[in-house]
Ligand binder design. Sequence first.
Ligand code: RNT
Ligand code: ZN
Length: 423
Amino acid sequence: MAKSTRKIEPAYTLARERYAALGVDTDAALRQLARIPISIHCWQGDDVGGFENPGGTLGDGLAVTGNYPGKARTPAELRADFEKVLSLLPGQHRFNLHASYAEMGAKKVERDALSADQFQNWIAWAKSLGIGLDFNQTYFAHPKVERGWTLTHPDKAIRQFWIEHGIRCREIGAAFGKALDKTCLTNLWIPDGMKDTPVDRKGPRERLVESLDAIFKKRIDHKLNVDSVEPKLFGIGAESYTPGSHEFYLGYAVSRGTLLTLDAGHYHPTEGIADKVSSVLCFLPEIALHVSRGVRWDSDHVVTLTDELLAIAQEIVWGGFADRVRIGLDYFDASINRVAAWTIGTRNMLKALLLALVAPIEKLKTAELEGDYTTRLALMEDAKLLPAGAVWDYYCAQQEVPVGDAWLAEVKRYEKTVLSARQ
Ligand code: RNT
Ligand code: ZN
């Protein structure tokens, strides 16, 4: 532990005693926390830009607002920024790439012809850091997202193009898994939908089943790559109908054995994903999360320590699901320093997990089983002010990353010396 942080030890010692009195072992909680990786999305670093077409526009159901200076313009810049983020996070995490982050080199390859060749730099970089990679098909920001449709398009040729893209990305995911010896999660989300009331809700869904079955036909060793599908209620320009709804993909995942990705911004504004975790895990071996924060709509704000986030973490930890839920983040804010946005959101996810890990869950469960809901409520409320902050500080010091808000000074320094030079 660094010398300058030794003063946090007395606070931790007191906190540990306080928790021990409630039957909570904080040292064990920290060991557990250190084993939970967060899959951190590449796209916060460059406003979902990718590197296929410099200066291309986003659209297709996604919108990033803000123009804070310093966004990563090249893969090398994105990698450097993310390394800075990693240096500010306790624990071992993963990097989540999109197909649009392919590095073309001399020969530009279309999305239906991508291979691991375009991701060699990413693989070498991840290997050098000892981190795993996750992956996503990119079904947006492309001329073949015609009228907002991809895998549900009425034109077979367009569907086939996107089916090929889906297959290529699973192969790339498997190459990541193999090269890094860490299973890759390849997540599929499509923007398909209708602005106004459709007359045929069935056709696009039938075509989507067919397209997905074609994409997932080829068996891939689950040690190398696992697939997930991500439902959504609506999107910009798809306000009235989304073929890939929750019910659609839940049925698909259960019947076909893929994972299901629950994105916190993809439901009705007051509908959380926390309650879905234990429901869906009754029927699926594993799920993935896109932890996000919608403000009035699926706005993808930076993840903050909200009740919804705490509830998600509690479900994962209290349910004993840490090894069945692949926690990923999905937000993009271009109005603040992007390295800070990454750091704030990820540290919040970790803090929420820590809070769940140090809650007096055994006492709470006993009270509930005995029907003593008074004690359950009283303990839950009291637990909110237990000294978890001292435990978090100790964890950061133990992991040799900045304690408290010291990470911010590091980001400001990085902004001044590196980001501000990008114009
Ligand atoms: C869109 C989905 C999807 C994307 C990323 C960039 O609503 O949440 O996961 O945000 O693939
Ligand atoms: Zn998402």
